[in-house]
Design a protein around this ligand. Structure first.
Ligand code: NAD
Length: 272
């Protein structure tokens, strides 16, 4: 597993396991399968309603806590200084942990204008050591610029929708200008459609890999952190088996050229 360095001195695995839409009673089994396959980073959120299952899998794994990287996220209704502190306590409790490795603001919600106050609470949580690192999700150039200008701690990463049909070249540049890593959500474009793209299937044939593995390799070579999701054990294993081949520069460019600029998920400027 490759690790990446964060701007606060910590490191994290470049590839992790996402658990959006995994029901709480299946999360434990899915995360156990992922940990057995070699994943050491898990991405959950308050709104996924599966922090309890994730925490149980972590506890049952017997893996040293320092070798695991657990991310969770603050949900929209909990923004604001006091509400953030309270919501964080509740997430830790559900996870059964004394700290998380990364705590993220899930969406900026610019119309509500609470993300700066929210971030100050995140800074406090970080200073208490209860989140080792803090970051953001779905931040745009303007919301990230303002957060960095008005607060002390620069987010370690920005988790955004990013896949070959939405390669986010501009936002990746904006993140990099601030020393913020870009983490890709829906890195496989949620599977359907994208993974049948002839460019990806032919690159899969060229490298003896699946289209999903080619897409994940593209992310890694761009420097993105990725968190693919699956509940199917063979796919969970397939998605981490991407460290034994390399795309050529022209392969990377061909995948980047698939960009259509269309989102699967909501627009962060208007999502509330
Ligand atoms: P994804 O791009 O990881 O796609 C997952 C889907 O792709 C699976 O449900 C399955 O249908 C298919 N798939 C997975 N592996 C495959 C394989 N090897 N071959 C063929 N098909 C395969 O989509 P996602 O779950 O939306 O995103 C990943 C993670 O990102 C989530 O679980 C969550 O942790 C995070 N996320 C964050 C946000 C946010 O707002 N911050 C939003 C969405 C997702």
């Amino acid at each position: 597993m490759q690790h990446v360095s964060l701007n606060d001195g910590h490191t994290m695995p470049q590839l992790g396991f996402g658990v959006w839409q995994v029901p709480d009673d299946q999360a434990r089994g899915a995360v156990e399968t992922a940990l057995e396959a070699g994943y050491r980073s898990i991405d959950t959120a308050r709104i996924y309603d599966n922090e309890t299952g994730v925490g149980r899998a972590v506890a049952a794994s017997g893996i040293d806590r320092d070798d695991l990287f657990v991310t969770t996220k603050l949900w929209n209704g909990d923004q604001g200084y006091d509400a953030t502190l309270k919501a964080f306590d509740a997430s830790l409790e559900r996870l059964g942990l004394d700290h998380v490795d990364l705590y993220l603001i899930h969406w900026p919600l610019p119309a509500r204008d609470l993300y700066v106050d929210t971030w100050r609470a995140m800074e406090r949580i970080r200073s208490e050591g209860r989140a080792r690192s803090i970051g953001v999700s779905n931040f745009t150039r303007s919301t990230l610029d303002r957060l960095v200008a008005e607060t002390e701690v620069v987010p370690v990463l920005n988790q955004i929708e990013l896949h070959p049909y939405l390669n986010q070249a501009d936002m990746r540049r904006a993140d990099a200008e601030h020393g913020v890593l870009t983490e890709a959500w829906s890195p496989l474009g949620q599977g359907k459609g994208l993974l049948e793209d002839p460019v990806l299937t032919s690159l899969g044939a060229k490298h003896g890999k699946s289209a999903a593995q080619v897409v994940l390799r593209w992310h890694l070579q761009l420097g993105n952190v990725v968190i693919p999701k699956s509940v199917t054990p063979s796919r969970i294993r397939e998605n981490i088996d991407v460290f034994d081949f390399e795309l050529d520069a022209e392969d990377v460019d061909a995948i980047s050229a698939l960009d259509r600029g269309g989102r699967i998920g909501p627009d962060p400027d208007t999502f509330d």
